[in-house]
Design a protein around this ligand. Structure first.
Ligand code: COA
Ligand code: AMP
Length: 625
């Protein structure tokens, strides 16, 4: 039997024995006596009576076990021309003082802290300082507009917000503090303190007692020890797009997460402990949480924090330069990043300038790895390129090619096979298991493995109704897909109103709410259409209220501005087309899927339930214009 199959079957048939054995690989303050149990909501929980601290595992443990002088973080910032390293000793000491500073501001175990920061080491330190105190961090991606931040402030009710004076994008400095001030002003919940890390590119004004200077306060603080927490206590909340305007606060626990992170580094990434791991993402996304901060540090290797882009910082050779310069073992990013590189350097000329002999493999996630990108990266880098499928909710890969166990052959377009611990099934509408090559709902049989969300922050009903109630005994992923006859899993895209733009998960439902609130609009539909570079881009179709006369271009400009102001530039909402009516079923449901198929130039079947088939012609004509 293959090594993969052996391990897969062990995890499937004896999950408790399997995960108990994995839990031995992390250092507990008190080892769990219970491996799997049910909580008050009837949800499976891992290691409920284990006591530990995630920051301890990520820092102190290594300092006490001979790895203190090794680099924990390498920071490379082409946008500020900065390179910096922090050893495990240095990082632990800075995090301990930062935790001391937060404790002085009254932050205790269970309190929430929002972190709204660019890709600088202080962002990772802030996360670890919260973990050290047993406080719950919630990182908000810097590209989100104040409205998105305000929604998260209201939901998480943080005692403190940690931010930096600015972020730096390609050729522009973006002051953050005014965004934070606006978000707090618009939010019903007011944090007690805002701690600001001043960057020289744009200093922030600290205008009242609420605002604190990060460096000044940390200098005065005393180091704080790690606070023991139960495995099931939350480590963080990470908001992700759902089908409505209100994002879902995915809750991650401490113990299961740490065990899963450790397991994934060995099994999925085959990562040597003395190596360098680089997840070219952002701490605002789940990839950043798991694979810029927690997993590499818990594993005891070096993580790379890159404040730049795959292109234009300064050129499409940036990824390869960084891999050579720091002897990166494993590179992980989104396919869109490689499509951007391919667009600007189609023959991979810049890649040839760098020695990539140390690089062992390239992992991709965030969206489906399209076959042309897979082939291009494989051909030019000469490295194994591995697609793996996961989501904010799971925190680590559900399916992939676990090269630490066994390298299976790659099938273009497939995320390979379920990772041990996950029981993936493809179901039809009635919850019946589908045979090979038939597409359906991709669902995970419960119990979910350690690391996956146990609830939605302060809204358990939303967890039940959004994920668990559709098929009894299953978690519904929101993705559609199929298994082939060899058990390879193909994820074909979302079956709800969520789209992926440049690897960023966004809600078309939320965009519709914003567009639909414009006074001229009677109704609208926003669909995700195919884009060569970013995978998908949102496209709006709007119907005007009777009697309203507006210039189409002016209206489009206003709608684009509204989405940009309320969600942020990352939404990339650039077009809204005026139509007489939207295609609908006789019961009034907008046929978004058909609209998307038309926009993508795909063959489509006119739904038998359509109310007015001529509405489809109008969409076609409007797109042709
Ligand atoms: N803070 C503020 N603004 C941000 C931001 C941040 N952290 N990240 C992006 N933005 C802004 C950009 O400046 C841009 O603004 P603009 O419309 O004024 O130009 C807008 O949001 C869109 O950004 P992006 O989607 O990143 O497009 P881009 O053209 O600047 O870059 C790529 C395209 C493909 C290079 C880039 O999206 C990329 O590197 N993607 C990698 C994906 C990734 O890391 N995904 C995470 C999951 S693994
Ligand atoms: P996020 O929660 O932002 O990580 O987005 C998760 C969603 O991204 C998934 O539900 C999928 O729709 C998509 N996704 C992530 N990785 C992959 C992949 N390897 N293949 C296909 N889709 C993916």
């Amino acid at each position: 039997m293959s090594a993969y199959l052996k391990e897969y079957q062990w995890a499937q048939t004896q999950p408790e024995s399997f995960w108990q054995s994995q839990s031995e690989k992390i250092n507990w303050f008190e080892k769990p006596q219970t491996t799997l149990s049910l909580d008050e909501n009837g949800i499976d929980r891992w290691f409920a009576d284990g006591v530990m601290n995630t920051a301890w595992l990520a820092l102190d443990y290594h300092c006490e076990n001979g790895r203190g002088n090794k680099n924990a973080i390498i920071y490379d910032s082409p946008v500020t021309q900065t390179k910096q390293t922090f050893t495990y000793f240095e990082l632990r000491d800075q995090v301990a003082k930062l935790a001391g500073m937060l404790a002085k501001q009254g932050v205790e175990k269970g309190d929430r802290v929002i972190i709204y920061m660019p890709m600088i080491p202080q962002a990772a330190m802030a996360m670890l300082a919260c973990a050290r105190l047993g406080a719950i961090h919630s990182v908000v991606f810097g590209g989100f507009a104040p409205n998105e931040l305000a929604v998260r402030i209201e939901d998480a009710e943080p005692k403190v917000i940690m931010t930096a004076s600015c972020g730096i994008e390609i050729n522009k400095v973006l002051p953050y503090k005014p965004l934070v001030d606006k978000a707090i002003m618009d939010s019903r919940w007011k944090p007690e303190k805002v701690v600001v890390f001043q960057r020289e590119q744009a200093k922030a004004e600290l205008n009242n007692e609420r605002d604190l200077d990060w460096v000044y306060e940390v200098d005065k603080a005393l180091p704080h020890a790690c606070v023991p927490v139960f495995a099931t206590e939350p480590l963080y909340i990470l908001y992700t797009s759902g089908t409505t305007g209100k994002p879902k606060g995915v809750v991650r626990d401490n113990g299961g997460h740490a065990v899963a992170m450790k397991y994934s580094m060995q099994t999925i990434y085959d990562m040597p402990q003395d190596g360098v791991f680089w997840a070219a993402s952002d701490v605002g996304w789940v990839v950043g949480h798991s694979y810029i901060v927690y997993a590499p540090l818990i594993h005891g290797c070096t993580t790379l924090l890159f404040e730049g882009k795959p292109v234009r910082t300064p050129d499409p050779g940036a990824f390869w330069r960084v891999c050579e310069e720091y002897n990166v073992d494993v590179l992980f990013s989104a396919p869109t990043a490689f499509r951007a590189i391919k667009k600007e350097d189609p023959d991979g000329k810049l890649l040839k300038h760098y020695d990539l002999s140390k690089l062992k493999s390239i992992f991709m996630a965030g969206e489906r790895l399209d076959p042309p990108t897979l082939e291009w990266v494989e051909a030019h880098s000469g490295k194994p390129v591995i697609d793996h499928w996961w989501q904010t909710e799971t925190g680590w890969a559900i399916a992939g090619n676990p090269i630490g166990l066994e390298k299976m052959s790659v099938k273009s377009g497939s995320a390979t096979k379920p990772i041990p611990g996950y029981q993936v099934e493809v179901l039809d509408e009635l919850g019946e298991k589908l045979e090979a090559n038939r597409q359906g709902f991709v669902a995970l049989k419960r119990p979910l493995p350690p690391g996956c969300l146990p609830t939605v922050w302060r809204n358990h009903d939303r967890f039940e109704s959004g994920y668990l109630s559709q098929f009894e005994g299953y978690y519904v992923s929101g993705d559609g897909g199929y298994f082939d006859e060899e058990g390879y899993l193909f994820i074909m895209g979302r079956i709800d109103d969520v789209i992926n733009v440049a690897g960023h998960r966004l809600s078309t439902g939320e965009m519709e709410e914003i567009v639909g609130a414009h006074p001229a609009i009677a109704e609208c539909a926003v669909v995700g259409v195919h884009d060569e570079l970013k995978g998908q881009l949102p496209l709006g179709f709007v119907v005007l209220k009777d009697g309203v006369k507006v210039d189409d271009l002016q209206l489009e400009g206003e709608l684009v501005g509204k989405v940009r102001n309320e969600i942020g530039a990352v939404a990339c909402f650039k077009h809204a087309l005026v139509v007489e009516r939207l295609p609908k079923t006789r019961s009034g449901k907008i046929l978004r899927r058909t609209i998307r198929q038309i926009a993508d130039g795909e063959q489509y079947v006119v739904p038998s339930t359509i109310d007015d088939p001529s509405s489809l012609n109008e969409i076609e004509n409007r797109l042709r214009k």
